[in-house]
Ligand binder design. Structure first.
Ligand SMILES: Cc1cc2nc3c(=O)[nH]c(=O)nc-3n(C[C@H](O)[C@H](O)[C@H](O)COP(=O)(O)OP(=O)(O)OC[C@H]3O[C@@H](n4cnc5c(N)ncnc54)[C@H](O)[C@@H]3O)c2cc1C
Length: 358
């Protein structure tokens, strides 16, 4: 059997790439071990145009956001399921310095369309510590990633295009114009393995900087929040008094064990936001496929041009993957160049060093 592409990994990266490959008329066969704690299955799925503690505009958000919104809306229509839950994000201020900082920034026209209002004060609330006011951020929300992945899996399975198997690299044959794997031939193979990509011998020279993230689901009786709240953690309303709290970042112990320490950290930070008692109903752990320079890893292997990677989405995969997938396909079909910031060619010197050591 011949395909245009083999895709290994069906988390957010592989799933979105596969959608766009199919949309551009390519044939694809996908391999995935559907791990319950793959990053895409535990993530809160947030899209936030404001990034980090210093409140910078998220990198390339003006380009990423319209592409992401259009993609998730298209998937909603195709699968008749709500996926992109748009909700304003209320970034609560912790100190008067934060207030001042934002009053200065929010007048900058670069924020037009993203900042609805800067509140120096908010009325006392029965539910939320909001006395120091906050910043109301537009165009954010969250994507129901598990639902999206489930729909895509069912769709691919019905068409016989998803193999729920661990992909065995030892069985890959590199051909002059493609690859062969277990009797299947394709022009190219694209690895979308998330954190496991760091162990892939084709790409182990790339500077992954994996980090562990933990997240809680909580129940807050009789509270239906109008916003996603953010102050050190996110409190994401899922409906019916359920909330997702995220997330921790841990670069020291990158394993899949849930910890009491993370549970306490998330609980305590949630108590800084919510006044009401809540019950923790679940705790999840995942590993973010992050990169040293915090930019994705996209492109063709420097030597084996039939082997490619689409990975390194870090903590912004939901926002970035739809546009990056489109750009990557244009590059694969030789219609366009990748942004140099995401192209793995930026790490050519690491590749050269790795080959000279062997
Ligand atoms: C706690 C937490 C919270 C997060 N919150 C957010 C958020 O709010 N917003 C956001 O944008 N991002 C968030 N992220 C980051 C986001 O989850 C990642 O950027 C994204 O999910 C990465 O997707 P991926 O497809 O690259 O990897 P993964 O989700 O890990 O998927 C990889 C898939 O490939 C499969 N696989 C790997 N190797 C093989 C193989 N050899 N054979 C077969 N299958 C294979 C795996 O089993 C898995 O199913 C969060 C991450 C964590 C951990």
């Amino acid at each position: 059997m011949n395909y245009d592409y083999l895709v290994v990994g069906h988390g957010l990266a592989g799933a979105i790439l596969t959608c766009f490959l199919e949309k551009s008329g390519k044939t694809v066969l996908v391999f995935d071990v559907p791990k319950a704690n793959a990053a895409s299955r535990v993530a809160a799925g947030l899209i936030n145009p404001v990034a980090g503690k210093r409140f910078a505009k998220s990198w390339q958000v003006d380009a990423f956001l319209p592409a992401a919104a259009a993609f998730y809306q298209e998937m909603e229509a195709r699968y008749q399921t709500p996926l992109f839950h748009r909700k304003p994000i209320l970034k609560l201020f912790s100190t008067p310095e934060e207030q001042n900082n934002w009053m200065g920034k929010s007048t900058n026209s670069a924020w037009d369309g993203y900042i609805e209002t800067t509140h120096l004060q908010l009325p006392p609330s029965e539910y939320v510590h909001q006395e120091l006011g906050g910043l109301l951020i537009q165009q954010g929300g969250y994507v129901a990633l598990r639902t999206f992945l489930q729909r895509r899996e069912e769709d691919l399975q019905q068409r016989g295009l998803l193999r729920l198997d661990a992909f065995d690299l030892a069985q890959v044959e590199l051909l002059p114009e493609g690859v062969r794997y277990q009797g299947v031939q394709a022009r190219k193979i694209i690895f979308c393995e998330g954190a496991r990509g760091a162990q892939n011998p084709f790409f182990s020279w790339l500077p992954f900087s994996l980090n562990k993230g933990e997240i809680l689901d909580i129940n807050v009786p009789d509270f239906e929040a109008p916003y996603i709240y953010n102050k050190a953690v996110y409190v994401v309303p899922l409906g019916q008094s359920q909330y997702r709290i995220g997330a921790t970042y841990n670069w020291r112990e990158v394993n899949e064990q849930p910890t009491q320490e993370a549970r306490e950290e998330l609980t305590s930070k949630t108590q800084d936001i919510l006044k009401k008692p809540f019950t923790v109903t679940a705790q999840y752990v995942g590993i973010r496929p992050a990169v040293r320079d915090r930019k994705p890893l996209v492109g063709l292997h420097p030597v084996h041009r039939q082997v490619a990677i689409f990975n390194g989405m870090g903590s912004k995969g939901v926002l970035m993957a739809p546009l990056l997938a489109q750009q990557f396909i244009a590059a694969l079909e030789q219609e366009a160049l990748l942004w140099p910031e995401v192209d793995i060619a930026r790490y050519q010197s690491l590749f050269s060093a790795s080959t000279s050591n062997t």
